[in-house]
Design a protein around this ligand. Structure first.
Ligand SMILES: C[S@@+](CC[C@H](N)C(=O)[O-])C[C@H]1O[C@@H](n2cnc3c(N)ncnc32)[C@H](O)[C@@H]1O
Length: 384
């Protein structure tokens, strides 16, 4: 079993500074903050948070790898779907939480090489340091006529028409932790003892404020994550979207699987230099904290807001429906090394033991009536 890697000295210093800030926040809040608040500090403190700070996060030298780091076949296949959608809506994309900027770069290059002109590629990114990284990557790799299509935005433009896309964005939003023990509900939060963060629970008097679900049906000794941010985010996009498709890719389950007894202690995970563990109270600000998505909850909230939920499908089935395997066939077989590398990358995107089944694609629509290529087979939307 691999053990937790040791943090370098510069990272320990950053972590200690953030710890001091969070301890102050806890002390000024009578010794307790909700986990939601703690996670917000840890990931998004304006200077020292994991995503807002300057340490490397993505790729082999960071903490985790996402689909566009694995293979450009991911973005190329999504472009096939985007092109079909562009037959029915304005040719604009908003990417939310663009990470390293790799996906944006690959999409803009791929659409351009197919002579598919786009109007705008908007990026909505909370982290200034990632915005800078995205800017550097995109300005250095795109000709000026393509770079001029990109705009970093603070909010989704009013009356937006087009595609809203996000990959591994929802799993990075802060969550509350709610647990049920001996028939009683508690909100798990964080306190400080002997200069260390410790878990502290507070009883919940009124569970109706947690509209996630079914808290009544939660079996005893269960813990779940609940993100109000998801609801707020859906609200914002619905208000601004006049016509279009919201295409969400993330890891997670429908409600039945989410509340499976194997997950009775929730889905929270931390990633530190490719080492995965479940303790968010250490390595503050230098490790990722993430949870799986309850897609039934997303669907229910989206539907309350008037969005049509037309797709819920595994990443593998979506990419295969869109033609990822045909794209592989276009490779020059004489370049054996490239072919073997590409097949192995695509395998990671599709294999049920890697990203193929755990990752889902959810499609939400507003004022659209279109049968998407990516949903033509194995759409599991009725299982939400
Ligand atoms: C796990 S990373 C995924 C990055 C990228 N989509 C990928 O697949 O590599 C989450 C991204 O969402 C961004 N993010 C988190 N909360 C955000 C918010 N409220 N608004 C915009 N971006 C946000 C993070 O800064 C980061 O870029």
């Amino acid at each position: 079993m691999p053990s937790m890697p040791t943090a370098p000295q510069n990272e320990i210093q950053i972590s200690e500074q953030l710890k001091t800030k969070i301890i102050q926040s806890i002390q000024s809040n009578h010794g307790w903050i909700s986990f939601d608040r703690y996670m917000e500090h840890a990931l998004y403190d304006p200077e020292l948070g994991y995503y807002t700070g300057t340490l490397r996060k993505f790729g082999e030298k960071g903490d985790f790898i996402t689909a566009s780091d694995i293979s450009s076949f991911f973005s190329k296949t999504l472009c096939i779907q985007f092109k079909e959608i562009f037959q029915s809506v304005a040719r604009s994309i908003i990417e939310i939480g663009a990470g390293s900027g790799e996906f944006a770069l690959q999409v803009i290059q791929s659409l351009s090489s197919d002579n598919e002109d786009i109007n705008h590629y908007f990026i909505l990114e909370i982290s200034h340091s990632l915005r800078r990284q995205q800017y550097e990557l995109l300005i250095n790799h795109l000709p000026s006529h393509l770079f001029s299509k990109i705009q970093w935005i603070e909010e989704i433009p009013k009356e937006f028409e087009g595609i809203i896309f996000c990959n591994e964005f929802l799993d990075a939003l802060p969550v509350d932790l709610i647990k049920k023990e001996s028939g009683k509900y508690y909100r798990k939060g964080v306190g400080v003892e002997n200069d260390l963060f410790v878990w502290k629970d507070k009883p919940i008097e009124d569970i109706s404020s947690y509209d996630q679900v079914v808290l009544e049906d939660l079996p005893d000794n269960y813990l779940i994550e609940h993100s109000l941010h998801i609801k707020n985010w859906l609200n914002k996009i619905t208000q601004s979207l006049s016509k279009g498709i919201v295409l969400i890719i993330d890891y997670g389950f429908n409600q039945t699987e989410y509340f499976h007894e194997q997950r009775s202690q929730g889905t929270l995970m931390c990633h530190f230099k490719h080492y995965a563990h479940d303790n968010p109270l250490i390595q503050i600000g230098i490790q990722d904290i993430t949870t799986h998505i309850n897609f039934s909850y997303v669907a229910r909230e989206a539907s309350k807001l008037g969005l049509n939920i037309t797709g819920y499908i595994s990443q593998a089935n979506f990419l295969i429906n869109c033609g990822i395997l045909n794209l592989l066939e276009t490779l020059n077989l004489e370049d054996r090394a490239l072919y073997i590398k590409s097949v192995s990358e695509v395998q990671k995107l599709l294999s049920p033991s890697e990203m193929g089944d755990l990752f889902k694609v959810m499609i939400l629509e507003k004022n659209m009536d279109i049968d998407l290529l990516g949903l033509k087979q194995n759409n599991r939307v009725t299982r939400l």
